[in-house]
Write a protein that binds this ligand. Structure first.
Ligand SMILES: Nc1ncnc2c1ncn2[C@@H]1O[C@H](COP(=O)(O)OP(=O)(O)OP(=O)(O)O)[C@@H](O)[C@H]1O
Ligand SMILES: [Mg+2]
Length: 235
């Protein structure tokens, strides 16, 4: 939790006094400082409107902070440009709360998109897509248009797309909101596998079962401010 330069090197995410305001006068986040280690699985909780999605959007550069500093993988994400920015983007996989799938494309095409930018061979991409679909029990949806899927199926395809390219940082926003217990367990198993491979994972959730009995750290936001930061099994 230290913010000294010595720890910055092993941190995947450094946020220092970060705030985000939306016009005319919404303070979505205020004075958030946190350091998230490389390889850590980190949970973000808090009531609807607390600022969870806003924080994830800052981390993936979809929104810019109004104040404070954010470093991802040692880079100030709001200053990098060009090639470096493209490289940084490849390191980050995001499963959005509203999925953002290409609804007129197939499941396989949606998942493959994140890998095509890194110039992987087509057979490697195909194998990875099939493996992910198998892990999420969606094998039979391979050629369906994502627009025809149920919400829970879309949610899992969004997750598969986020992790497909094995990014160093995975941001997942409410990944189990539409899922039954079995699918929820499969999603968490997939994320655990990514974590075991070394990925840093930040998960925003309303589902206590995901973190309650774990030693993972849980940051609770309240009206955009840090309310508590503790281990899941200490809550
Ligand atoms: N683009 C925007 N313009 C104005 N206000 C915004 C914008 N985006 C978010 N907000 C506001 O910022 C606050 C935090 O929103 P955010 O989406 O981060 O909450 P959340 O914790 O993800 O909630 P939920 O659990 O419902 O997903 C809310 O009050 C929201 O209305
Ligand atoms: Mg949200």
């Amino acid at each position: 939790m230290s913010e000294s330069p010595a720890t910055t090197r092993t941190a995947m995410i450094e946020m220092i006094k970060v705030g985000k305001e939306f016009p005319p006068n919404v303070t979505a986040l205020a004075d958030i400082s946190v350091s998230i280690a490389s390889g850590e699985m980190f949970f973000l909780i808090g009531r609807s409107g607390a600022g969870k999605t806003t924080l994830l959007k800052l981390l993936c550069n979809m929104e810019r902070p109004s104040n404070g500093l954010i470093e991802v993988a040692g880079m100030n994400i709001h200053q990098v440009t060009g090639n470096k920015l493209a490289k940084l983007r490849q390191k980050v996989g995001v499963a959005y709360q509203d999925f953002r799938l290409l609804t007129d494309r197939t499941v396989a095409e949606n998942i493959a998109i994140s890998m095509e930018v890194s110039y992987k061979k087509p057979q490697i991409i195909r194998a990875r897509v099939r493996s992910l679909l198998a892990q999420l029990q969606l094998e039979d949806k391979h050629d369906m248009l994502t627009g025809d899927l149920s919400r829970g199926e879309q949610q899992r395809v969004a997750l598969a797309r986020a992790v497909a390219n094995s990014p160093a940082l995975i941001l997942v926003d409410e990944p189990t909101g539409n899922l039954d217990a079995t699918s929820t367990a499969q999603v968490m198993e997939l994320l655990a596998r990514c974590s075991n491979s070394g990925a840093t994972i930040v998960i925003a959730t309303h589902d206590e079962a995901l973190y309650r009995h774990s030693s993972n750290r849980v940051m609770k936001l309240h009206n955009g401010k840090l309310d508590s930061l503790t281990r899941g099994d200490e809550l």
